[in-house]
Design a protein around this ligand. Sequence first.
Ligand code: HEM
Length: 402
Amino acid sequence: MSSTPIDLTDASVWQTATPHAWLDEVRNTEGLYFQEESDGPGFWAITRHEDVRAVSIDPSNFSSWVGGPLRLDPSPDELDQLRMVIIGMDPPEHRNFRDVVARAFTPKRISTIEPTMRAETRAVFAQLAKQDSCDFVADVAAIIPMWSISELVGVPVADRHRLYELSHSLIDDQDPEVAPTPETAMEAVAEIFAYASEMAQRARLNPEDNLTGDLLSAEVNGRKLDDLEFTLFFVFLIVAGNETTRTATSHGLLALLEHPEQFELLRQDPSLIPGAVEEILRWQPPIHHFRRTATCDVKVGGQQITQGDKVIMFYAGANRDPAVFQDRHRFDITRSPNRQLSFGVGEHFCLGANLARLQLRVLFEELIASWGDIELQAPPRRLHSNLINGIKEMQISYQPRT
Ligand code: HEM
């Protein structure tokens, strides 16, 4: 290694900026780079596109169940709960669960909500047409993800804002501004769990045609889900649906503002938006990493790994791998093909990918139609987290089109 090692577990590092120079070095390491941890046994950092793919498509050798999907080693109780959530399962249980949930996320079912999603998005911009500045994160990027996930699972309008706040304090608990004390996150967990359990009870009495109804009526692995299993899935969906798409939207506008020639291209030809969305996801993966645990002695990228070792896949590393992306440090909305891995790949490939892509497309179409010149009013404030690539606040000014 030619430069001073960077601690990939340090949230302050990621808060400042994704450490691309270091990820480039780690990717060039012969074999894999081993990252020591102050709060764990250390892990193998996976940064090559080929290796992230190899690990993700091989759940029998790289398990989400053995040690959970997150870097920090969970307590036995936490691990029990993680194993009840889709993202912490392995096949065959995982496949059976996923088959039930996947019905709600097919491109066909998702496309049916496009007209109402567009109307909601237009309403956001219509409201903002009365002013010429806003916090893009709170006033735009946060709104449609919560709306979409609420429509899918059937959260009443009156409860949505509170659930959004809870999901934020629960997952962004590394940031003292979001969760000032450990109790903040724990209280959020308790409140959101109680909410989900009440919702399950209501839905059992009055089944509705939505994902909650599908989940509660379906048999998974030969039996119906109990309250705790439903609650855990519900909480995971609220978090997975909110934090990620909000982050992608905020980074999307930021990347376009930082590359005005690309923004101009998009304004001239909005049919480029789907490609721009893929490039936004490649450029700034909303989630920095997920984890697997080796179930046997196995090789990755020429490196011998021992059974029980932790491997962490860094999507920002894979998305800037020169073996796959030409001119990888260039933001190029016309990049094609674009094999970005921000939604993961293989067994646990993001179920919400169609929904997220739709939200991002509709949002940028409406943004271009609604606003002329847009300017950053202050540097965006980034989240203190080594997991979520979040932006907390982004003050902008804009010219509403009449
Ligand atoms: C830009 C937005 C999003 C990004 C970048 C993203 C990213 C990811 C990634 C990387 C995984 C794979 C985890 C692994 O391999 O262990 C994943 C899984 C998942 N995501 Fe997303 N996600 C996004 C939006 C959403 C939305 C909107 C929803 C739902 C409303 C959602 C629901 C899920 C679910 C249910 C899984 C678990 C799939 C499984 O374990 O089989 N995601 N997501």
